[in-house]
Write a protein that binds this ligand. Structure first.
Ligand SMILES: *Cc1c(COP(=O)(O)O)cnc(C)c1O
Length: 448
């Protein structure tokens, strides 16, 4: 069996762990994280019990909160990733908003229309969380953003004021600490103050970008994070943990307990308080299953503990700074090269740029072609994103094994492939007939 895994599975697995892969916001796990995952899956099925694993669940959540400078009272809970972490946070927000109006949505369901406020650049899992929580995707009210992708606080204030007498319940304002497309960070202090002034829960989605706070060059952009009522981060992104680890932080986990309680269960009766335990199974330990939507779940804390122990705060800071520098290096080269265009100044470790030419052609199709060829060559594998409607090549540098040489090789290859595609097929295929740009989409049968 082990032989078959080696012979068939691994050679046909994902290219994502390749150090030249800079696609999406996902990367190969580092060794210690993979080992700790294996250890937990064998030695600690479930995160329950007065075990070392249950202890590390809490310790590592404290470490993450301290590392990212969350207020001291913040408490966390792990889940499978940013999607679930956002769902859990917004479940808390929904509970808080409706309790304040004398209702209990966890017990009685939703009896009022709700609204959530965020920009269109927010991760689409927020919409799904709104749907799952019974508020509906249409509860998400889009707030205007600027060209950098940052929410306009004045637009938020206007919308909250306009909605104040609508009868709907304003459940949360959701800010991004690193959007998925470009890594933009919303003005957290301004947004947080407006949310507070209106008595609305302030949620910060830092699934990707929260570790950016470790880079002194961008740290000022996190000013106002302390105003948050909930924050999420994905250790399986920039921290290099194996996939399956997100974290939600709130000021007081009791709100999550009320939002996600399973009520009483007969089979859990008789387990005693954690102070009085002689055997690991006499206590469930801290009841994480009561703070979210998972009951059976792996012990994820040991993984986060192991990877933080391995590289330490300074090691992680250096990694984050290196990745942010790589995005800046790509930006610099895109600015300097006549056939590259920087689509947006990087904030964190994402840089959106594209190949351009002054012959009139469909640049989206050309860049799509370049991207496809990069994937097929298998050396430098970014993903793409649309920036204000235009297709960009989008490397996101988070891989622990990805170095500046990979950033340079990616830019070199984009230029080389772009030049070749132009020379080979671009010109004739893209040539406009009468000033109007004709797209390079082959028509069936090749009719004129
Ligand atoms: C990746 C991401 C998510 C979703 O996280 P998963 O771990 O993929 O579920 C949510 N929000 C942001 C900002 C992200 O970058």
């Amino acid at each position: 069996m082990i032989d078959e895994i080696g012979r068939w599975l691994l050679p046909n697995a994902s290219q994502i762990p390749h150090p030249g892969s800079t696609s999406f916001i996902t990367t190969g796990a580092t060794t210690i994280g993979a080992l700790a995952t294996l250890a937990g899956s064998v030695a600690s099925p479930q995160r329950i019990g007065a075990t070392a694993f249950n202890h590390l669940e809490e310790l590592s959540l404290h470490w993450l909160a301290a590392l990212f400078e969350l207020p001291a009272e913040f408490q966390g809970v792990y889940s499978s990733g940013g999607s679930t972490a956002n769902l859990v946070a917004l479940g808390g927000a929904r509970q808080a908003a409706l309790e304040r109006r004398g209702m209990d949505p966890a017990r009685d369901g939703l009896r009022r229309c709700c609204r959530l406020y965020t920009t269109a650049l927010t991760h689409h899992t927020i919409q799904r969380a709104a749907a799952v929580l019974g508020m509906g995707r249409s509860a998400v009210v889009p707030i205007e953003h600027d060209e950098q992708g940052c929410m306009r606080p004045d637009a938020l204030r206007r919308q909250l004021r306009a909605d104040a007498h609508s009868g709907d319940v304003p459940v949360a304002v959701i800010a991004n600490a690193g959007t998925t497309s470009t890594g933009a960070i919303d003005p957290l202090r301004a947004i947080g103050e407006i949310a507070r002034a209106h008595g609305v829960w302030f949620h910060v989605d830092g699934a990707y970008g929260l570790p950016g706070i470790l880079d002194p060059r961008v740290k000022p952009l996190y000013d106002g994070l302390a105003l948050a009522d909930s924050v999420v981060v994905d250790p399986h992104k920039w921290l290099g943990a194996p996939v399956g680890i997100g974290a939600t932080f709130v000021r007081d986990r009791r709100i999550l307990n009320r939002a996600f309680t399973q009520e009483h269960a007969d089979y859990l009766e008789g387990s005693c308080s954690i102070d009085d335990v002689q055997h690991s199974m006499e206590s469930l330990g801290i009841p994480y299953a009561d703070f979210g939507v998972e009951l059976s779940a792996p012990a994820r804390g040991a993984v986060v503990w192991a990877l933080l122990r391995e590289i330490g705060v300074q090691g992680l800071r250096e990694r984050v700074c290196r990745h942010n520098s790589m995005a800046r290096r790509v930006a610099e080269r895109a600015r300097a090269h006549p056939r590259l265009q920087l689509m947006q100044e990087p904030t964190l470790s994402i840089c959106c740029f594209r190949y351009v030419s002054d012959v009139p052609l469909d640049l989206d199709a050309l860049n799509q072609g370049i991207h496809r060829e990069l994937l097929r060559n298998g050396r430098n594998m970014p993903s793409t994103a649309r920036i204000a409607g235009a297709l960009a090549i989008r490397p996101c540098f988070i891989g622990a094994r990805t170095t500046e040489a990979h950033a340079d090789a990616l830019v070199d290859e984009v230029i080389e492939v772009g030049d070749r595609l132009l020379a080979e097929q671009g010109f004739r295929a893209f040539e406009p007939s009468s000033g109007a740009v004709r797209l390079a989409v082959p028509t069936p049968g090749g009719c004129a």
